[in-house]
Write a new protein. Sequence first.
Length: 289
Amino acid sequence: MAAVMLLCAAPLASATGRTTDGAADGHPPVRGAAPLYVSDYADNDVLRVPPGGGEPTTVAATGLTRPTGMVLDASGDLYIADTGNNRVVRVPGDGGPQTVVPTTDLSRPIGLALDTAGTLYISDSFNDRVVKIPADGSGQVTVPTTGLLHPNGLALDGAGNLFIADFVNDRVVRIPADGGPQTTVPTSGLSQPTGLAFDRHGDLFVSDSGNDRVVVLPAGGGPQRTAPVTGLNSPYGLAFDPESTLYVAGFNNDRVVKLPMRGGQRTLPVAGLHAPAGLAVPQPGRDAY
């Protein structure tokens, strides 16, 4: 059960010998083509894979233990769920110093999402809740939810509705942006859902980790289908790039697979991954873990 291992395993020391991105000290760029960020859970670091592939560099984030979910804001600042340290850190896109997001009593934070106003949402997994940190500095607020058990990935749709992978309950729940009641998204046969991401059509993709697959929930409410991604073993993070290419973190496969819109799955040539968990891609309007 990979996701339980992810939450509960003891820290491991990194021994990859990777180099830091000398061009920008490993910090994410503010502009340019879209790279892919991968949280390398077992090696306690985050990698930046250049657009189109190439040698990855290590993001200059210090003191990470078991990093998982990530999200980028419009300025290129990278937020990382530093799960083993019960905190969220921010690595500025302009190369400034890393900071810790002001939160209270987090326990194993995993999923992250940002809305258009800059409010940061955090799945506070071991506290069975989701909290939000408003951009105006007014302080942490608990999102009204019911019955969550180890919430995992988060995603926001184009209308600002929040979707939560409710890991232990084998479901995805929806929290309306207008404050309406929580609902359960209609799904079939989910087991330990983890990552969530929306494509440009508004279809919701879910890492169905217990079934080693990614399922697709159409925006129009059509029947659930399985994404044509093969050979997965406990898929975790999901992300789309601006060209609608889907990326899937294969937690137990130590790899990230790429599925372009026109098909043709392939494994990214990233050596030395050990339990990749979170993914993030800079793009206008929305980022998701």
